[in-house]
Design a protein around this ligand. Structure first.
Ligand SMILES: Nc1ncnc2c1ncn2[C@@H]1O[C@H](COP(=O)(O)OP(=O)(O)O)[C@@H](O)[C@H]1O
Ligand SMILES: [Mg+2]
Length: 327
Protein backbone atom coordinates (compact mmCIF):
# COMPACT_ATOMS: atom_id res chain seq x y z
CA UNK A 1 0.00 0.00 0.00
CA UNK A 2 1.46 3.31 -0.97
CA UNK A 3 2.47 5.50 1.89
CA UNK A 4 0.21 8.60 1.95
CA UNK A 5 2.03 11.66 0.79
CA UNK A 6 2.23 14.29 3.53
CA UNK A 7 0.42 17.44 2.59
CA UNK A 8 2.53 20.47 3.26
CA UNK A 9 0.63 23.47 4.48
CA UNK A 10 2.16 26.75 3.67
CA UNK A 11 1.93 29.47 6.29
CA UNK A 12 -0.12 32.28 4.86
CA UNK A 13 -1.02 35.72 6.09
CA UNK A 14 -4.68 35.99 6.90
CA UNK A 15 -4.84 39.75 6.63
CA UNK A 16 -7.12 40.85 3.91
CA UNK A 17 -6.19 44.46 3.96
CA UNK A 18 -3.18 46.48 4.99
CA UNK A 19 -5.33 48.26 7.61
CA UNK A 20 -6.22 45.08 9.28
CA UNK A 21 -2.53 44.09 9.44
CA UNK A 22 -1.55 47.45 10.94
CA UNK A 23 -4.31 47.20 13.54
CA UNK A 24 -3.19 43.76 14.59
CA UNK A 25 0.38 44.94 14.90
CA UNK A 26 -0.65 47.85 17.09
CA UNK A 27 -2.47 45.39 19.32
CA UNK A 28 0.67 43.35 19.70
CA UNK A 29 2.72 46.39 20.66
CA UNK A 30 0.18 47.29 23.32
CA UNK A 31 0.26 43.74 24.59
CA UNK A 32 4.05 43.76 24.79
CA UNK A 33 4.05 47.07 26.63
CA UNK A 34 1.48 45.78 29.08
CA UNK A 35 3.65 42.67 29.69
CA UNK A 36 6.70 44.84 30.36
CA UNK A 37 4.82 46.99 32.83
CA UNK A 38 3.53 43.88 34.59
CA UNK A 39 7.01 42.35 34.85
CA UNK A 40 8.43 45.63 36.14
CA UNK A 41 5.71 45.80 38.79
CA UNK A 42 6.35 42.20 39.84
CA UNK A 43 10.06 42.89 40.09
CA UNK A 44 9.37 45.91 42.27
CA UNK A 45 7.05 43.84 44.48
CA UNK A 46 9.73 41.16 44.84
CA UNK A 47 12.23 43.84 45.82
CA UNK A 48 9.85 45.16 48.47
CA UNK A 49 9.29 41.70 49.95
CA UNK A 50 13.03 41.06 50.10
CA UNK A 51 13.57 44.45 51.73
CA UNK A 52 10.88 43.67 54.31
CA UNK A 53 12.46 40.29 55.06
CA UNK A 54 15.87 41.85 55.41
CA UNK A 55 14.35 44.36 57.79
CA UNK A 56 12.92 41.53 59.89
CA UNK A 57 16.24 39.75 60.10
CA UNK A 58 18.04 42.98 60.95
CA UNK A 59 15.50 43.43 63.64
CA UNK A 60 16.38 40.07 65.18
CA UNK A 61 20.08 40.69 64.78
CA UNK A 62 19.70 43.83 66.85
CA UNK A 63 17.41 42.29 69.44
CA UNK A 64 19.01 42.11 72.87
CA UNK A 65 16.49 40.90 75.43
CA UNK A 66 16.70 42.42 78.92
CA UNK A 67 18.06 39.21 80.41
CA UNK A 68 20.84 38.99 77.80
CA UNK A 69 21.83 42.64 78.28
CA UNK A 70 22.90 41.71 81.81
CA UNK A 71 25.23 38.97 80.54
CA UNK A 72 28.83 39.35 79.46
CA UNK A 73 28.77 39.72 75.63
CA UNK A 74 31.28 36.86 75.47
CA UNK A 75 29.03 34.55 77.46
CA UNK A 76 27.79 31.78 75.17
CA UNK A 77 24.37 31.79 76.86
CA UNK A 78 23.70 35.27 75.51
CA UNK A 79 23.79 34.30 71.83
CA UNK A 80 22.15 30.95 72.54
CA UNK A 81 19.10 32.67 74.08
CA UNK A 82 18.90 35.25 71.26
CA UNK A 83 19.19 32.58 68.55
CA UNK A 84 16.69 30.23 70.20
CA UNK A 85 14.00 32.75 71.19
CA UNK A 86 14.61 35.18 68.28
CA UNK A 87 12.23 33.35 65.89
CA UNK A 88 9.37 33.80 68.41
CA UNK A 89 10.27 37.48 68.76
CA UNK A 90 10.14 37.81 64.97
CA UNK A 91 6.75 36.05 64.94
CA UNK A 92 5.35 38.44 67.59
CA UNK A 93 4.79 35.79 70.26
CA UNK A 94 7.46 36.95 72.69
CA UNK A 95 8.58 40.56 73.21
CA UNK A 96 11.35 40.14 75.81
CA UNK A 97 13.23 37.61 77.93
CA UNK A 98 13.32 38.89 81.47
CA UNK A 99 14.88 36.21 83.66
CA UNK A 100 16.01 32.63 83.94
CA UNK A 101 13.78 30.30 85.94
CA UNK A 102 16.21 27.43 86.12
CA UNK A 103 19.19 26.01 84.34
CA UNK A 104 19.35 22.24 84.29
CA UNK A 105 21.44 19.49 82.73
CA UNK A 106 19.20 19.14 79.72
CA UNK A 107 17.46 22.47 79.41
CA UNK A 108 17.18 26.05 80.64
CA UNK A 109 13.80 27.64 81.29
CA UNK A 110 13.33 31.41 80.88
CA UNK A 111 10.53 33.81 81.75
CA UNK A 112 9.51 35.87 78.71
CA UNK A 113 7.07 38.72 78.23
CA UNK A 114 4.28 37.66 75.89
CA UNK A 115 3.13 39.72 72.93
CA UNK A 116 -0.36 41.13 73.73
CA UNK A 117 -1.76 39.26 70.72
CA UNK A 118 -1.22 35.97 72.58
CA UNK A 119 -3.60 37.01 75.35
CA UNK A 120 -0.98 36.01 77.94
CA UNK A 121 1.22 38.19 80.11
CA UNK A 122 4.18 35.80 80.46
CA UNK A 123 5.48 32.79 78.59
CA UNK A 124 7.95 30.12 79.69
CA UNK A 125 10.59 29.18 77.10
CA UNK A 126 12.30 25.82 77.53
CA UNK A 127 15.60 25.69 75.62
CA UNK A 128 17.21 22.31 75.19
CA UNK A 129 20.96 22.13 75.33
CA UNK A 130 22.64 20.62 72.28
CA UNK A 131 24.38 18.12 74.56
CA UNK A 132 21.18 16.91 76.20
CA UNK A 133 21.58 13.56 74.51
CA UNK A 134 24.50 12.66 76.73
CA UNK A 135 22.09 12.60 79.61
CA UNK A 136 19.54 10.51 77.82
CA UNK A 137 21.67 7.40 77.59
CA UNK A 138 18.88 5.33 78.93
CA UNK A 139 16.50 6.39 76.22
CA UNK A 140 15.97 2.86 74.89
CA UNK A 141 13.55 2.23 77.79
CA UNK A 142 11.43 5.18 76.77
CA UNK A 143 11.75 4.75 73.03
CA UNK A 144 10.79 1.08 72.98
CA UNK A 145 7.73 0.56 70.82
CA UNK A 146 7.60 4.07 69.44
CA UNK A 147 7.51 5.13 65.82
CA UNK A 148 10.29 7.49 64.90
CA UNK A 149 8.93 10.92 64.19
CA UNK A 150 10.54 14.17 63.17
CA UNK A 151 9.96 17.58 64.71
CA UNK A 152 6.73 18.05 62.75
CA UNK A 153 5.44 14.72 63.96
CA UNK A 154 5.83 13.04 60.58
CA UNK A 155 6.94 9.45 60.64
CA UNK A 156 10.65 9.13 59.84
CA UNK A 157 10.91 6.75 56.94
CA UNK A 158 14.09 7.82 55.18
CA UNK A 159 16.93 5.35 55.11
CA UNK A 160 19.43 8.17 55.63
CA UNK A 161 17.68 9.37 58.79
CA UNK A 162 17.36 5.87 60.23
CA UNK A 163 20.98 5.05 59.52
CA UNK A 164 22.13 8.35 60.98
CA UNK A 165 20.13 7.66 64.12
CA UNK A 166 21.58 4.19 64.52
CA UNK A 167 25.10 5.37 63.95
CA UNK A 168 24.71 8.45 66.14
CA UNK A 169 26.29 10.73 63.57
CA UNK A 170 26.04 14.50 64.07
CA UNK A 171 23.05 14.54 61.73
CA UNK A 172 21.63 11.55 63.62
CA UNK A 173 21.91 13.42 66.90
CA UNK A 174 20.08 16.39 65.41
CA UNK A 175 17.27 14.11 64.25
CA UNK A 176 17.22 12.59 67.74
CA UNK A 177 17.01 15.94 69.55
CA UNK A 178 14.22 17.05 67.23
CA UNK A 179 12.50 13.77 67.96
CA UNK A 180 12.59 14.28 71.73
CA UNK A 181 11.48 17.89 71.53
CA UNK A 182 8.68 17.20 69.06
CA UNK A 183 7.61 14.35 71.29
CA UNK A 184 7.44 16.54 74.37
CA UNK A 185 5.42 19.17 72.54
CA UNK A 186 2.92 16.70 71.06
CA UNK A 187 2.41 14.96 74.39
CA UNK A 188 1.76 18.31 76.03
CA UNK A 189 -0.72 19.27 73.30
CA UNK A 190 -2.62 15.99 73.68
CA UNK A 191 -2.78 16.32 77.46
CA UNK A 192 -3.75 19.97 77.44
CA UNK A 193 -6.56 19.26 74.97
CA UNK A 194 -7.73 16.40 77.21
CA UNK A 195 -8.02 18.81 80.14
CA UNK A 196 -4.96 17.68 82.15
CA UNK A 197 -3.18 20.08 84.52
CA UNK A 198 -0.27 20.89 82.22
CA UNK A 199 0.93 24.30 80.97
CA UNK A 200 -0.75 25.36 77.74
CA UNK A 201 1.70 24.55 74.93
CA UNK A 202 2.17 27.54 72.62
CA UNK A 203 4.76 26.81 69.94
CA UNK A 204 8.00 25.02 69.23
CA UNK A 205 10.84 25.82 66.86
CA UNK A 206 14.22 24.08 66.79
CA UNK A 207 15.50 23.45 70.30
CA UNK A 208 12.82 25.56 72.02
CA UNK A 209 9.33 24.98 73.40
CA UNK A 210 7.08 27.83 74.48
CA UNK A 211 4.32 27.29 77.00
CA UNK A 212 2.19 29.17 79.51
CA UNK A 213 4.27 30.47 82.39
CA UNK A 214 3.08 29.20 85.77
CA UNK A 215 3.52 31.81 88.51
CA UNK A 216 3.37 35.57 88.11
CA UNK A 217 5.53 38.34 86.69
CA UNK A 218 7.80 38.31 89.71
CA UNK A 219 8.22 34.65 90.41
CA UNK A 220 7.87 31.33 88.62
CA UNK A 221 5.93 28.67 90.52
CA UNK A 222 8.14 26.46 92.71
CA UNK A 223 8.13 22.71 92.28
CA UNK A 224 6.55 20.59 95.03
CA UNK A 225 10.07 19.55 95.98
CA UNK A 226 10.97 23.20 96.61
CA UNK A 227 7.92 24.17 98.61
CA UNK A 228 5.97 22.99 101.58
CA UNK A 229 2.25 22.38 101.48
CA UNK A 230 -0.14 22.38 104.39
CA UNK A 231 -1.35 19.05 105.71
CA UNK A 232 -4.97 19.78 104.90
CA UNK A 233 -4.33 20.13 101.17
CA UNK A 234 -2.12 17.06 100.85
CA UNK A 235 -4.85 14.48 100.22
CA UNK A 236 -6.82 16.57 97.68
CA UNK A 237 -3.59 17.42 95.82
CA UNK A 238 -2.52 13.78 95.78
CA UNK A 239 -5.96 12.79 94.45
CA UNK A 240 -5.70 15.47 91.79
CA UNK A 241 -2.33 14.10 90.65
CA UNK A 242 -3.77 10.56 90.55
CA UNK A 243 -6.67 11.89 88.42
CA UNK A 244 -4.09 13.37 86.05
CA UNK A 245 -2.18 10.08 85.86
CA UNK A 246 -5.48 8.31 85.05
CA UNK A 247 -6.32 10.91 82.37
CA UNK A 248 -2.88 10.48 80.83
CA UNK A 249 -3.38 6.73 80.71
CA UNK A 250 -6.77 7.21 79.08
CA UNK A 251 -4.80 9.00 76.35
CA UNK A 252 -2.33 6.07 76.26
CA UNK A 253 0.43 8.12 77.88
CA UNK A 254 2.60 7.59 80.95
CA UNK A 255 4.72 10.50 82.18
CA UNK A 256 7.77 8.33 82.89
CA UNK A 257 9.60 10.86 85.09
CA UNK A 258 6.93 12.06 87.46
CA UNK A 259 8.00 13.20 90.91
CA UNK A 260 7.84 16.26 93.18
CA UNK A 261 10.56 17.74 90.93
CA UNK A 262 8.25 17.86 87.91
CA UNK A 263 5.11 19.14 89.57
CA UNK A 264 4.68 22.90 90.04
CA UNK A 265 2.65 24.35 92.88
CA UNK A 266 0.95 27.73 92.64
CA UNK A 267 -2.08 29.18 94.41
CA UNK A 268 -3.06 25.83 95.89
CA UNK A 269 -2.99 24.08 92.50
CA UNK A 270 -0.61 21.68 90.82
CA UNK A 271 0.73 21.68 87.25
CA UNK A 272 2.62 18.73 85.80
CA UNK A 273 5.62 19.54 83.57
CA UNK A 274 8.58 17.97 81.73
CA UNK A 275 7.38 15.39 79.18
CA UNK A 276 10.21 14.39 76.85
CA UNK A 277 10.40 10.87 78.20
CA UNK A 278 6.66 10.25 78.06
CA UNK A 279 5.85 6.69 76.94
CA UNK A 280 3.10 5.15 74.86
CA UNK A 281 1.20 2.81 77.18
CA UNK A 282 0.01 0.47 74.40
CA UNK A 283 3.38 -0.27 72.90
CA UNK A 284 6.10 0.20 75.49
CA UNK A 285 7.02 -3.06 77.23
CA UNK A 286 8.09 -1.11 80.36
CA UNK A 287 4.83 0.82 80.58
CA UNK A 288 3.51 -0.73 83.78
CA UNK A 289 6.85 -0.41 85.62
CA UNK A 290 7.10 3.24 84.66
CA UNK A 291 3.51 3.88 85.73
CA UNK A 292 4.14 2.27 89.10
CA UNK A 293 7.39 4.18 89.57
CA UNK A 294 5.64 7.50 88.79
CA UNK A 295 2.96 6.77 91.39
CA UNK A 296 5.55 5.57 93.92
CA UNK A 297 7.57 8.78 93.69
CA UNK A 298 4.50 10.96 94.10
CA UNK A 299 3.29 8.81 97.01
CA UNK A 300 6.72 9.12 98.68
CA UNK A 301 6.41 12.90 98.66
CA UNK A 302 2.87 12.93 100.04
CA UNK A 303 3.65 10.30 102.72
CA UNK A 304 5.45 13.13 104.57
CA UNK A 305 2.11 14.88 104.86
CA UNK A 306 0.31 11.83 106.16
CA UNK A 307 -1.15 10.56 102.88
CA UNK A 308 -1.24 6.75 103.00
CA UNK A 309 -1.05 5.24 99.51
CA UNK A 310 0.07 1.87 98.20
CA UNK A 311 1.69 2.66 94.86
CA UNK A 312 1.50 -0.88 93.52
CA UNK A 313 -2.16 -1.20 94.36
CA UNK A 314 -2.92 2.17 92.79
CA UNK A 315 -0.93 1.33 89.67
CA UNK A 316 -2.71 -2.01 89.27
CA UNK A 317 -6.03 -0.29 89.90
CA UNK A 318 -5.38 1.83 86.81
CA UNK A 319 -3.53 -0.70 84.68
CA UNK A 320 -5.87 -3.69 84.89
CA UNK A 321 -9.01 -1.93 83.65
CA UNK A 322 -6.87 -0.18 81.01
CA UNK A 323 -5.52 -3.48 79.71
CA UNK A 324 -9.00 -4.98 79.71
CA UNK A 325 -10.20 -2.37 77.25
CA UNK A 326 -10.55 -2.84 73.53
CA UNK A 327 -8.24 -0.55 71.61
N1 LIG B 1 5.70 26.41 82.41
C1 LIG B 1 6.54 26.70 83.40
N2 LIG B 1 6.27 27.74 84.23
C2 LIG B 1 7.12 28.05 85.22
N3 LIG B 1 8.25 27.38 85.50
C3 LIG B 1 8.57 26.33 84.71
C4 LIG B 1 7.74 25.93 83.62
N4 LIG B 1 8.30 24.86 83.00
C5 LIG B 1 9.43 24.60 83.68
N5 LIG B 1 9.60 25.47 84.71
C6 LIG B 1 10.74 25.50 85.66
O1 LIG B 1 11.89 25.05 84.96
C7 LIG B 1 12.43 23.89 85.60
C8 LIG B 1 12.95 22.93 84.57
O2 LIG B 1 11.92 22.53 83.71
P1 LIG B 1 11.71 21.00 83.31
O3 LIG B 1 10.67 20.98 82.24
O4 LIG B 1 11.45 20.19 84.52
O5 LIG B 1 13.12 20.65 82.65
P2 LIG B 1 14.34 19.73 83.11
O6 LIG B 1 13.99 19.07 84.42
O7 LIG B 1 14.47 18.76 82.00
O8 LIG B 1 15.48 20.67 83.21
C9 LIG B 1 11.31 23.33 86.45
O9 LIG B 1 11.80 22.67 87.58
C10 LIG B 1 10.54 24.56 86.83
O10 LIG B 1 11.12 25.17 87.98
MG1 LIG C 1 12.30 18.46 85.31
Amino acid sequence: MPYPKPTLKRQTFNFNTFDEYAYDNRDRTAHRQHGNRKRKKEKQQRKEVVAALTDLQDNIAEWVPTYCASLDPQHHERQWVIDSIGPFYRDNIVTDVVSIVKGGKEANVYTCLAHPATGLSHIAAKLYRPRMLRHLKNDAVYKAGRTLRDAEGKQIKGRREKLALQQKTKFGKEVDIQWWIGNEFRAQQTLYAAGADVPQPIAHIGNTILMAHIGDGFRAAPTLSETGIVRGEAQPLFNRIMDNIALMLENHLIHGDLSAYNILYWDGEITIIDFPQMVEARHNPHAFDLLQRDIQRVADYFARYGVAADAQELALGLWQPYMGRDF
